[in-house]
Design a protein around this ligand. Structure first.
Ligand code: C5P
Length: 215
């Protein structure tokens, strides 16, 4: 069984998807981490952003492994490295070209074969798993998402204003909504969960209720 959770940056998809997976005894796939990992790998290798052919080859052959909620590229644990602003700023070079998305999507489908899985990203319910049994689109207003992000960063000792976060987030939302293939949008059969004013616990309970109704 496949449960997809898509939505914009900062909507809380990862933590909710992780919780839902653990409550149901499903596996969890963070496809944003996959795009981050190939971007980090391309940066390490010094690949040119305009050499799409080389980026496609790289994305098709890269060896990504998950273990205990950590992500490894060629045996190196890169779980922290992939979260830097530098990586975030370069993701579009790997997330935009359709041939790269094709390879990433194929890899995501291979990972899901024979498994019960909660998968989160931007295109899971639309492009990658159009026949998923349960599709959730998790969202919140840009301001609410930026405020939540600020609190997360503050807890990690990083100080940023809501305005700074909002500017970067708007840019990312725009890029995610504009790409020719796999763009950020709710599948026509997805249940949209608008989370403004809800606590993380309330969101989790609501998503679990919706998911259970699909089982
Ligand atoms: O979810 P996260 O913020 O880690 O994703 C990072 C970026 O990877 C997104 O902003 C988006 O550009 C890209 N992405 C994507 N398709 C997915 C997941 C993420 O294009 N399925």
């Amino acid at each position: 069984m496949i449960i997809t959770i898509d939505g914009p940056a900062g909507a809380g998809k990862s933590s909710i998807a992780r919780r839902v997976a653990s409550e149901l005894g499903f596996e969890f796939l963070d496809t944003g981490a996959m795009y981050r990992a190939v971007t980090w790998g391309a940066m390490q290798r010094g690949l040119g952003w305009d050499d799409v052919e080389q980026l496609v080859d790289f994305a098709g052959t890269v060896n990504l492994v998950w273990q205990d909620d950590r992500i490894y590229l060629d045996d190196q644990d890169i779980s922290e490295e992939i979260r830097t602003p530098q990586v975030t700023g370069n993701i579009r070079y790997l997330a935009d070209p359709p041939p790269i998305r094709e390879r990433m999507s194929a890899q995501q489908r291979r990972i899901a074969v024979g498994r019960d899985i909660v998968t989160e990203g931007r295109d899971q319910g639309t492009e990658v798993f159009p026949d998923a049994e349960c599709k959730i689109f998790l969202t919140a207003s840009p301001e609410e998402r930026a405020r939540r992000r600020q609190q997360q960063l503050a807890a990690a000792g990083r100080v940023m204003t809501v305005e700074e976060i909002l500017t970067a987030q708007n840019q990312r939302d725009l890029e995610d909504r504009m790409r020719p293939v796999g763009r950020l949008r709710a599948a026509s059969d997805a249940i949209v969960v608008q989370t403004d004013g809800m606590t993380p616990e309330e969101v989790c309970q609501e998503v679990l209720r919706l998911v259970r109704s699909c089982l």
